[in-house]
Write a protein that binds this ligand. Structure first.
Ligand SMILES: Nc1ncnc2c1ncn2[C@@H]1O[C@H](COP(=O)(O)OP(=O)(O)OP(=O)(O)O)[C@@H](O)[C@H]1O
Ligand SMILES: [Mg+2]
Length: 243
């Protein structure tokens, strides 16, 4: 079976500095993959290249058997990207934002109406649907950002720290949403600094340090390999070793 996502020797150099250094990994259909790493290790840069927002300096990204070069820059319908920084319009309402992103992907109104209503429920924003996005709290904005990236029902979903800043109850609800997307056969690749959610949700992880992948595998395999009980300890061990 072809991999859902295949990253080969992906590299980004910005102003002569190597930000992402020849990383390679694969993600299979129906897998939840965690890209972990210290602040500044190159996760967001990697995601931006994988979702078509940023052109790699070298290397290849293949999504569902197509190279990104074959796909149009930005707005690839098979891919959804939950950005680390909010990327909706502050001057539109919650519902208008969702309608805007659905329109961008040419989703018929009949389909988008139902999907938007469902997504609003999932991210607990139904009561805020007519509120201006600028008036939302930080956690609510995070949830709107998530919904905007899912409205075109992408197959491969990149989520850059989707639960940061959320209260513990909402965070667990977002886990439920991720589990449901997983059950629906979506490929989820996310970054997180919370090792509890990594253990809970990820089938496989890769740990980045200074632009390189220092190790990867299932959380179970990594814990065994380093003789540690928690992913948190594995992460700390690998990061310290990298310094
Ligand atoms: N446009 C840019 N110009 C110069 N340096 C950049 C640019 N984008 C990223 N970098 C640098 O690349 C490195 C990796 O940044 P990146 O945002 O990919 O890290 P990250 O792993 O997502 O970190 P965090 O966990 O803090 O979100 C950092 O040192 C950052 O300063
Ligand atoms: Mg980042």
């Amino acid at each position: 079976m072809a991999h859902a996502v295949k990253v080969s020797q992906l590299t980004k150099v910005i102003k002569e500095k190597i930000i992402v250094d020849r990383i390679s990994f694969t993600v299979d259909k129906g897998e939840v993959f965690g890209l972990l790493g210290a602040n500044g290790s190159g996760k967001t840069t990697t995601f931006n290249m994988m979702s078509g927002l940023l052109t790699p300096s070298s290397g290849e990204v293949e999504v569902l058997g197509k190279s990104l070069k074959e796909m149009k820059k930005g707005g690839i319908p098979e891919v959804g990207m939950v950005t680390q920084q909010d990327s909706f319009y502050e001057t539109l309402t919650v519902k208008e934002n969702l309608e805007f992103f659905a329109d961008q992907f040419g989703i018929p109104k009949k389909v988008s109406r139902e999907r938007i209503s469902d997504l609003l429920k999932r991210v607990k924003l139904t009561s805020k649907k007519n509120a201006l996005a600028s008036s939302l709290s930080g956690g609510m904005k995070k949830r709107l950002n998530l919904a905007c990236s899912l409205v075109h029902d992408p197959i491969v979903i990149f989520m850059d720290e989707p639960t940061v800043g959320l209260d513990p109850v909402v965070r667990k609800e977002i886990w439920e949403l991720l589990r449901d997307l997983h059950k629906a056969g979506k490929v989820i690749i996310f970054t997180s600094h919370y090792m509890d959610e990594v253990e809970e949700l990820c089938d496989k992880v890769a740990i980045m340090f200074a632009g390189r992948i220092v190790d990867s595998g299932t959380p179970e395999k990594l814990k065994k390999k380093y003789k540690l009980n928690q992913m948190e300890d594995v992460f700390a061990h690998l990061i310290k070793r990298g310094v």
